[in-house]
Design a protein around this ligand. Structure first.
Ligand code: FMN
Length: 232
């Protein structure tokens, strides 16, 4: 089992799975169990998960992802899409953009062993109106559960792809909620495809340096990494 830092630095978005390669049920259960340990306000545990294993349903999800992907990318000039996808290595960028244009890049849930649909339960407990931003805390908590599952997937040497496109607009989000029989107030956040990666991916897309995302004491005063500070 890789250690915590290795898991953190090598977790990737996996968008290609070995079709039909099964994942042992105990591993899926372990991933789901990781969600339970996420923090939440007053330990309210707003997250709920729906597991999708039915192939027809996975294909329905893939169809919605493709349709919406083609809208999100296909309607823009190449140069703009290329700018948005700057972090993809240049040698593979054109091929990826081609598949983003027609949306096929986002069909990967159909090749996954299991698709987890994490939902924020906005109906949990009557006290929620007391929170000034109750939807926010539910979504933040469920996001923490998602990240736990993503890291757990990597620790188990499996792959997870975050495919937000089936929930990418209100109409599709409602269609997905209906298809899964979700009650009103239970809000599907995304779809998480889990499976055996087609090939290992460890090189991580570039991240901004700390100086680009952290300010010291006040906004605009860049944080200086310890290595760049004067000694003494
Ligand atoms: C809120 C959120 C939405 C995302 N939506 C999608 C998506 O719809 N399709 C997709 O292929 N990747 C999606 N991703 C994955 C990002 O593209 C990916 O995390 C980012 O490029 C960094 O790459 P890495 O996860 O491999 O480190 C999403 C990630 C997050 C956190």
């Amino acid at each position: 089992m890789p250690d915590f830092w290795e898991v953190l630095y090598t977790r990737r978005s996996i968008r290609e799975f070995k079709k039909g390669a099964p994942v042992e049920p105990w591993k899926i259960e372990k991933i789901l169990d990781a969600a339970r340990w996420a923090p939440s306000p007053e330990n309210m545990q707003y997250w709920r998960m729906v597991l999708v294993r039915d192939q027809e349903m996975k294909e329905y999800i893939a169809d919605m992802a493709q349709e919406h992907g083609a809208t999100v990318f296909g309607n823009f000039p190449y140069e703009i899409v290329e700018d948005r996808l700057w972090y993809i290595p240049e040698k593979s960028r054109a091929a990826v953009i081609e598949r983003a244009y027609d949306g096929t890049l986002f069909r990967y849930p159909e090749d996954a062993d299991t698709v987890i649909v994490p939902c924020a339960n906005t109906t949990a407990f009557d006290i929620t109106p007391a929170y000034p931003s109750s939807t926010e805390v539910m979504v933040v908590s469920t996001s923490m559960a998602i990240q736990n599952m993503w890291l757990a997937t990597r620790a188990l040497n499996l792959g997870m792809g975050y495919d937000a496109l089936p929930c990418g607009d209100h109409r599709r989000r409602e269609k997905l909620a209906d298809k899964l029989g979700l009650p009103r107030g239970v809000f599907p956040l995304t779809t998480l495809a889990v499976g055996v990666p087609l090939f290992p991916r460890t090189a991580t897309p570039a991240r901004y340096p700390l100086e680009g995302i952290v300010y010291e004491e006040y906004w605009g005063n860049p944080y200086k990494r310890l290595a760049f500070r004067k000694k003494g």
